[in-house]
Design a protein around this ligand. Structure first.
Ligand code: ADP
Ligand code: MG
Length: 739
């Protein structure tokens, strides 16, 4: 480590040398990615206690059963374990100068018992109820206030601080060096006093003026030590903007580098192949399909590489749109590629395309693992010579140094399987080196609609086209929830459907943690269904561990109606298109995420008959999941069960993929939606994509406009912005890799 004399006093100053921190605390902070003064100042409180609202215990009765959230501060007097497991509870008596209050814990009893000591001073917040004529708070939220080495005089000292007190995320390690509520507050205060003067304003004044944002110094000071609630709100708004603005700058820069710096291929979009295809279709394109085709062809003829996301619910007809784009490419003398996330799906696409193209002079080839050497060499040769017009495959298409003669358009059927990170890698490494020449057009297709705020971040460097209607005359799928005890009536229903000529999927979810066991369960169920339940019917099994030949045979049999009932693991989640299949039974539906359930349901409802999605849930879910009943709140103990209930209820209530995506986002939280790591984008600290949509839209607008005028952030007036953007990237990548 450099000596203290070499460090300028600015935000890059190591925290270790800040007064009151020292080497031990610095080490603990470093483990939380806080190394410089800047890191510390940007370690924002996750919550606050408003001391002006702290009440006396004696006054709590007034608030009883009001549902209000109240806070009291007091000393722990006693602990008592009451009852015995599993009905055991912990009762803690808290005392202030006005009276006593009982805090009750039903869960994590042993943990809470160990976590606190008699004599300790805490702030407890929650809703007050009256029990046995005494006020109590069940499962309060708790903050410790009295570190052992407290120089501010314990409770008294704390109460004498006024206003809104920040709470910082802490951990065992930080606690052990007394960086708890008070300790953090002290070092933060010292740091701001000494260093805030060095914070430079990154935002152009035009933006600050336009939105009337707080200047950076005031925002940073107020987010830690707000004088009023209003200043706190303004500080949070300003800093959320900064965060989203940085994120959007990143996306604008990425987009800029693709759009402006790479030469594209100009396609003539009048294509006779495309016209012939459209004329041969047994249906008319929907208005939405026509609209997105126009958006795509505008890109194809622009001379810039297309970089577009095509989103549309399952069954909205994306394949045909992609095919039309590919035919345009072929008519212009280029090869095209279609990448699918799984081999099954690649084969399915291959067959679908071949079928659409059977009367056209187009050479479609399939390249996947597990093909025989002879076929494979033949395909590779066709790709090299240019004889292959369309190549369908998995991501192996770009990994295995496949040499195209002249690749002009790549369609990526993403379906959430390829993360953004892979897509960027693909663009940066794979495709460019593949084609050598001008940059091919890229169209990414995704089946699960994404809430707008998310698509503006996760897919924020792409242009977006949306197919927002399903082909007409589709009969809405009926969704039914059954419990395991009702399984025999489900079997009866399946028989009726098969007797009427339909086909059925029965899906067993594979959960990663218990994949082997689940696979065993699926296989055993298949044996049982085949030999005991559906003895008169043709039952097939397909799962991801089969070789691609096996899978292929099974799928072909199913398509050709040689199988009535297909038992499957979730491998069929994506893309399979068998219009005669009209029933989707999902076993253990409570284990699957909403978008997975929606994807599975989308496998039926493609033909002319009424289709059904039957979700099977275990008895412990209870029978109370009904459409329209009150939605349980998601705080409290039974989160997991309630979230599962909410998912199933949502499936019963709507077929709308966008609505489902929004609820999915809400239930999983934006971080988890794609998995931050998978998304390849930095995590957000303050902003919430679900609730900060307005700020996001302004941040996006300003960032893209700014990059339009200063494509590399090099103008002198953007020096501070550039610096702060680089810092944000460094920090964000740290968060990304750190956890
Ligand atoms: P997805 O968007 O889920 O990939 P597909 O492209 O597989 O949807 O289309 C689903 C089904 O709807 C296919 O059988 C396809 O041929 C059919 N289809 C596509 N467009 C139309 C349309 N305009 N009218 C009727 N059927 C259509
Ligand atoms: Mg599809």
């Amino acid at each position: 480590m450099k000596s203290i004399h070499q460090h300028n006093k600015d935000l890059t100053y190591p925290v270790q040398y800040v007064k009151g921190i020292g080497p031990k605390r610095a080490e603990a902070l470093a483990n939380h990615n806080i190394k410089t003064v800047r890191d510390l100042i940007y370690y924002f409180p996750y919550d606050y206690i408003d001391l002006s609202k702290v009440g006396k215990i004696v006054e709590l009765r007034k608030h009883a059963d009001s549902g209000e959230w109240v806070t009291v501060i007091g000393t722990i007097r006693t602990f008592d374990l009451i009852g015995r497991p599993p009905r055991q509870r912990l009762s803690v008596i808290l005392e202030d100068e006005s009276g006593t209050l009982q805090l009750v814990f039903f869960q994590s009893v042993q943990y809470f018992k160990k976590a606190f000591e008699v004599g300790e001073i805490i702030a407890a917040s929650g809703k007050v109820t009256i029990f046995n004529r005494h006020p109590q708070i069940v499962h309060p939220s708790i903050d410790r206030l009295s570190p052992a080495d407290d120089e501010e005089g314990g409770l008294q000292g704390f109460l004498h601080t006024r206003g809104i007190v920040p709470k910082y995320g802490s951990s065992g390690e930080l606690q052990s060096v007394n960086l708890n509520i008070k300790g953090f507050r002290r070092i933060m205060k010292a740091t701001l006093n000494e260093f805030l003067q060095f914070a430079e304003e990154p935002l152009p004044s035009s933006i600050i003026d336009k939105y009337k944002y707080l200047p950076i110094k005031q925002a940073l000071s107020s987010i830690h030590f707000p004088e009023t609630q209003q200043l706190l709100d303004e500080a949070r708004l300003r800093l959320k903007f900064d965060e989203l603005f940085s994120m959007q700058l990143l996306l604008a820069l990425r987009r800029q580098s693709v759009k402006v710096e790479l030469p594209g291929i100009t396609f003539d979009v009048k294509s006779s192949l495309a016209r012939q295809l459209v004329n041969s279709l047994p249906f008319k394109l929907t208005k939405a399909q026509v609209k997105v085709i126009k958006e795509i062809t505008d890109d194809l003829k622009s001379g810039k590489p297309m970089n577009r996301l095509l989103q549309g619910d399952v069954g909205s007809g994306k394949t045909i749109v992609a095919l039309i784009a590919m035919l345009i490419g072929i008519d212009n003398g280029y090869q095209t590629a279609l990448m699918a996330p799984t081999e099954i799906l690649a084969e399915q696409h291959f067959k679908t395309l071949a079928n659409f193209l059977k009367d056209l002079n187009v050479n479609v080839r399939l390249l996947i693992g597990g093909q025989g050497v002879r076929i494979r060499d033949d395909v590779l040769e066709d790709i090299r010579s240019g004889a292959a017009n369309i190549v369908v495959g998995t991501h192996a298409l770009i990994q295995e140094h496949v040499m195209f003669k002249n690749l002009g358009l790549v369609i990526i059927d993403e379906q959430h399987r390829f993360g953004v990170a892979q897509r960027v890698a693909l663009r940066e490494k794979g495709i460019e080196s593949l084609s050598g020449g001008p940059h091919p057009h890229i169209l990414v297709m995704t089946a699960t609609p994404i809430p707008r705020t998310l698509s503006l971040t996760v897919y924020g460097d792409l242009d977006v086209s949306t197919i927002n209607e399903l082909p007409a005359h589709r009969i809405p799928i009926k969704t039914i929830l059954n419990f395991e005890s009702q399984i025999s009536s489900v079997y009866r229903f399946i028989r009726e459907q098969v007797n009427a000529g339909r086909q059925v999927y029965i899906v067993y979810p594979l959960v990663e943690e218990s994949e082997k066991l689940d696979l065993k369960a699926a296989t055993e169920s298949y044996e049982k269904l085949k030999s005991e339940v559906f003895t008169d019917y043709r039952v097939g099994l397909i799962h991801g561990r089969m070789s691609s030949d096996e899978k292929d045979n099974i799928m072909t049999d199913f398509e050709q109606k040689k199988i009535d009932i297909l038992v499957s693991t979730t491998v069929i989640e994506v893309g399979i298109d068998v219009p005669n299949a009209s029933v989707m039974v999902v076993e253990h539906a409570e284990r699957l995420g909403l978008s997975q359930l929606h994807q599975l349901r989308g496998r039926v409802g493609r033909g002319a008959e009424q289709s059904y999605c039957i979700l099977i849930a275990p008895g412990w879910m209870g029978r109370k999941i009904k459409v329209g009943s009150t939605i349980p709140t998601l705080d409290g103990a039974e989160d997991k069960k309630r979230i599962a209930e909410r998912r199933l209820r949502t499936m019963l209530e709507t077929l709308d993929g966008f609505k489902i995506a929004e609820i999915d986002l809400e239930l999983r939280g934006p971080g988890d939606y794609f998995g931050t790591r998978q998304s390849g984008l930095p995590a957000l600290r303050l902003a919430n994509l679900l609730t900060d949509g307005d700020i996001l839209l302004s941040a996006r607008h300003e960032a893209f406009q700014l990059i339009d005028t200063d494509p590399h952030l090099r103008l002198p007036e953007h020096i501070v912005l550039r610096k702060s953007f680089d810092e944000w990237m460094k920090d964000a990548l740290g968060l990304l890799h750190g956890g």
